[in-house]
Design a protein around this ligand. Structure first.
Ligand SMILES: O=C(O)CCc1c2[nH]c(c1CC(=O)O)Cc1[nH]c(c(CC(=O)O)c1CCC(=O)O)Cc1[nH]c(c(CC(=O)O)c1CCC(=O)O)Cc1[nH]c(c(CCC(=O)O)c1CC(=O)O)C2
Length: 459
């Protein structure tokens, strides 16, 4: 081979390498889209591995969004349409988001009068003719109409679109005579606006590709403008307009400890070892993070109320991962702070505190919570006793698994719960959320038995 052609070969090889590198850069740029991050590999090779995992996850996410975006996607909102007509909002116009926002932020914002305020009446200890019922995750994958919407829109696209979020919140109410609707969103929209990437992986749930690893990572977080979550308030506004007073509108948020756990564990967890390392090794930094999250939640929840939420539920889904003393220090005290601050601004809006797994007894002792959510593993008769002692409403706690049983079993278990708690300070609910495999008819039986049996007892 001549010297010349050898050089040419080398040049060709170098050119090939360069073009591969450029293509890789372009691909990274496309994958990370609007984020256009610059990656610095400061701790080779751990960061290389993190980087590769992150790109893989982004690719998964993109493939879902890309796949969905290939279809013609017009916003279909059959249940919301008459409300949009009434308000004069055109979903096909380019500025429908601004139109909704202007309505929501208007000073003389007005909502239709309440026709069924049974749930709020229970909290105020006013006369009712049946016990109120709603179920956690009542809008979601167990509903065929929700699954249809999800064929076209990704999970976070739903959360970020007030028209679609309000529409799917309305869906279960077409089928079941619930007494409330909880706005369709997720607890993880909060870490997202604080600057963390969250993606929804099929069969795995939400994942943070770059969780917080050590205290210096707190610098990556920011306190957002509360309007960064404006889509949620807009969805609440539209939903409350659409239900025309037939049900109570519920807003919600994840509690600081549960959100912190997600942000550090990077997703669901078995051991909670990473977040436990933080609270026991980096106590002050952990408290800094918990306070940051609490600051965001105070604004977020207040704005939900101003948007239309009539009652708020705080989800401390992972409360049970801590012992009493630690839950008091790293969990409950922050929920108390959030609820107390929100109450200062909105004293009329009740707050339901749902500490899943173990700590409901501690929740009863705090004045800032109006209602205590009881999970399925808790003893309902003990909760009923505390409810008398601390003069609080309770909510819960049918095991979601019971909805898989025969209809007679569902009726029997429902009556038993009502017998245990009584009919004066009780919101009937599941002890945790609906499952994708739940049968629609079985949920209908739960709702029907609650209404009929409690109405008989209230006569
Ligand atoms: O286990 C995990 O780590 C992830 C759990 C998970 C979350 N969002 C998620 C998933 C995936 C999934 O449910 O399969 C993802 C998620 N959030 C939601 C849905 C809808 C559905 O369940 O079919 C889904 C499924 C997503 C999909 O459509 O593919 C919506 C949601 N999350 C939530 C709510 C509030 C409520 O429960 O009523 C609501 C909206 C209300 C409604 O659907 O009617 C609250 C939520 N999200 C989340 C948690 C943390 C606790 C937990 O582990 O379940 C909690 C609080 C709780 O339920 O205790 C995180």
């Amino acid at each position: 081979m001549s010297h010349n052609s050898q050089n040419q070969g080398k040049l060709h090889f170098l050119f090939h390498l360069l073009s591969l590198f450029v293509r890789l850069l372009v691909k990274i740029q496309i994958l990370s889209k609007q984020k256009s991050k610059i990656f610095i590999f400061y701790k080779f090779p751990k960061d290389i591995q993190n980087f590769i995992n992150f790109q893989k996850q982004l690719a998964n996410q993109m493939s879902e969004t890309d796949k969905l975006a290939q279809q013609p996607r017009t916003i279909e909102v059959p249940l919301l349409q008459s409300t949009l007509n009434r308000l004069g909002i055109d979903k096909n116009s380019e500025n429908w988001r601004q139109q909704v926002r202007t309505f929501r932020q208007s000073k003389d914002q007005k909502f239709p009068a309440m026709k069924n305020d049974t749930l709020l009446r229970v909290v105020k200890r006013e006369k009712i003719d049946h016990l109120p019922i709603w179920v956690m995750r009542q809008a979601g994958r167990y509903l065929p109409e929700f699954r249809e919407v999800r064929k076209v829109w990704s999970f976070f696209e739903l959360c970020d679109n007030p028209l679609l979020a309000a529409e799917v919140t309305l869906q279960p109410l077409e089928r079941f005579p619930m007494d409330a609707g909880i706005i369709f969103s997720d607890i993880l929209v909060v870490p997202k606006v604080m600057g963390m990437e969250v993606i929804m992986e099929e069969k795995r749930g939400p994942v943070f590709p770059q969780p917080l690893v050590e205290p210096s990572d707190l610098e990556k977080l920011s306190i957002p403008d509360p309007e960064a979550l404006g889509d949620v308030y807009d969805a609440l506004y539209l939903f409350r307009q659409a239900v025309e007073g037939k049900v109570t509108t519920i807003g919600f948020a994840g509690a600081p400890w549960t959100l912190m756990s997600y942000m550090i564990e990077g997703g669901g967890s078995k051991m909670f070892s990473k977040v436990k390392k933080w609270i026991f090794k980096w106590k002050e930094e952990s408290k800094k993070l918990l306070n940051m999250i609490s600051d965001v939640l105070i604004e977020y929840i207040s704005k939900q109320i101003e948007g239309g939420a009539q009652i708020i539920q705080l989800f401390d889904s992972w409360a049970g991962e801590l012992g009493n003393e630690d839950y008091q220090e790293f969990g409950l005290s922050y929920c108390v702070r959030v609820a107390t601050e929100v109450k200062k601004r909105h004293p009329q809006t009740p707050i339901i505190m749902f500490a899943k797994g173990n700590h409901s007894d501690m929740v009863f002792k705090h004045d800032c919570f109006d209602c205590v959510g009881i999970d399925y593993a808790w003893d309902l008769s003990l909760a009923a006793k505390y409810s008398q002692q601390y003069n609080k409403v309770i909510q819960g706690n049918l095991d979601p698994g019971v909805l898989l049983a025969e209809k007679d079993t569902i009726r029997e278990k429902t009556r038993k719960m009502i017998d245990v708690v009584g009919v004066d300070r009780y919101i009937v609910n599941l002890g945790h959320g609906m499952w994708p495999e739940h049968d629609l008819e079985h949920l209908a039986v739960f709702v029907d038995e609650t209404h009929k049996y409690s109405a008989l007892k209230l006569k």
